[in-house]
Ligand binder design. Structure first.
Ligand code: IMP
Ligand code: MG
Length: 175
């Protein structure tokens, strides 16, 4: 492995996850909570996060594509895998890896509302506010970062590096 610029260590990720889970546990007590992970990027984060949420909850997943194999968003959101759960009347918590332009989250929030969800909240491990193209609220943010292209902990570059246990800035092939 060559030059890896580690941005968020495993220890810091654990602290972020625990703190988000504690807030979510407090805020969603007594609600009919449906946690929806956005594949594939949120899969690692979501599996850690849900194990620290001390509430009954249901899980579902959606897969959308907005990035191809480049590092720039196409701005087009396409549903690759749709919901299985009925979101009608549910309190939905969308789990994302990164909110960048905001186009994906904006689309998904509207989509869940159109399916009659009661409320839709968003939890993202990372947030790049400087890249926003659309004004959206991210209710739970793990960490705000500069405009770096990052990989690891579920996040890919061209489908690679999702298995890194930490978050790194992508600066060319890591291995
Ligand atoms: P948005 O629609 O522009 O907000 O894009 C959100 C999606 O773009 C995220 O769920 C990621 O899959 C992808 N993305 C944004 N920034 C990065 C990055 O730095 N590394 C890898 N994927 C990213
Ligand atoms: Mg992605």
């Amino acid at each position: 492995m060559t030059d890896v610029k580690k941005l968020i260590s495993e220890e810091e990720i654990t602290a972020i996850v625990n703190s988000l889970a504690a807030k979510i546990t407090e805020d969603f007590a007594g609600r009919d909570l449906l946690v929806i992970g956005i594949l594939k990027g949120a899969s690692v984060f979501m599996s850690d996060l849900i194990r620290q949420i001390k509430l009954p909850l249901e899980l579902d997943y959606m897969a959308v594509s907005s990035y191809g194999s480049s590092t720039k968003s196409s701005g087009v959101v396409r549903i690759v895998k749709d919901l299985e759960a009925d979101v009608t009347g549910k309190t939905v918590l969308i789990i994302e890896d990164i909110v960048d332009t905001g186009l994906t989250i904006s689309y998904l929030t509207k989509y869940m509302m159109s399916k009659n969800a009661k409320t839709v909240k968003v939890c993202s491990l990372l947030n790049k506010p400087s890249r926003r193209k659309i004004d959206i609220v991210v209710d739970y943010v793990g960490k705000e970062i500069e405009d770096y292209f990052v990989v690891g902990y579920g996040i890919d570059y061209d489908e690679k590096y999702r298995n890194l246990p930490y978050v790194a800035v992508y600066e060319g092939d890591l291995y």
